[in-house]
Design a protein around this ligand. Structure first.
Ligand SMILES: Nc1ncnc2c1ncn2[C@@H]1O[C@H](COP(=O)(O)OP(=O)(O)OP(=O)(O)O)[C@@H](O)[C@H]1O
Ligand SMILES: O=C(O)C1=C[C@@H](O)[C@@H](O)[C@H](O)C1
Ligand SMILES: [Mg+2]
Length: 172
């Protein structure tokens, strides 16, 4: 069984969808952000604050490669920025992986992230208006990398179950 990689912007649902997919497929889910936090015994928030984003991006690459080298099947939920640094987008194209971009619109992302932004350092201090502007620009810059995924699953207006079904259809 190939490894399944879910990617996309913060709030597109990687962690939520991966947990459900993991139950259905009975394959363990590893969230890259949580894996990094356990390995370095720091939260993402404190890594950004104390060590800086560049240090975080190096750790993110290192631990993404470590997960890809696991021999057993796993579902990997990437961080929102993972495909956009350190040539990680090239790793989405491997024959031993299914990479899936959960594609959400700016409106969906703003609606979801405005409810829960405190643990997301890139947007934590932004108002809803600033956040919309930031996400619009950021998503535009990042789309090239996200679109390197082997499959694209639109998630707007879909329930968690509907998105999981779409992914199962791709894997079938
Ligand atoms: N249909 C849906 N599918 C997925 N998530 C949804 C849906 N509706 C609401 N949500 C909510 O959207 C929020 C963001 O989802 P989640 O944390 O899984 O995103 P993420 O892509 O893992 O973000 P991050 O990159 O910041 O870790 C969660 O609070 C989740 O419950
Ligand atoms: O979009 C991003 O660059 C990030 C998303 C999160 O998953 C974390 O990996 C971190 O907050 C950075
Ligand atoms: Mg997540």
């Amino acid at each position: 069984m190939k490894k399944i990689i879910l990617l996309g912007y913060m709030g597109c649902g990687k962690s939520t969808i991966a947990k459900e997919l993991s139950k259905k497929l009975e394959i363990p889910f590893v969230d890259l952000d949580e894996f990094i936090e356990k390995k370095v015994k720091m939260t993402i928030k404190s890594i950004f604050a104390e060590k800086g984003e560049i240090h975080f991006r190096k750790l993110e690459h290192e631990y993404f490669v470590e997960l890809l080298n696991f021999t057993e099947p796993i579902i990997i939920g990437l961080g929102g920025g993972t495909p956009c640094y350190a040539n990680n987008h090239e790793l989405l194209k491997g024959e031993d992986v299914f990479s899936i971009y959960l594609k959400a619109s700016i409106e969906t992302l703003v609606a979801r992230l405005s409810l829960n932004k405190s643990n997301r350092p890139l947007i934590a201090d932004k108002t809803d208006v600033e956040m919309k502007e930031f996400i619009a620009t950021h998503l535009f810059e990042r789309s090239y990398y996200y679109n390197q995924a082997q499959h694209i699953v639109p998630v707007d207006q879909k329930t968690i179950e509907e998105t999981v079904e779409d992914i199962l259809a791709i894997l079938a």
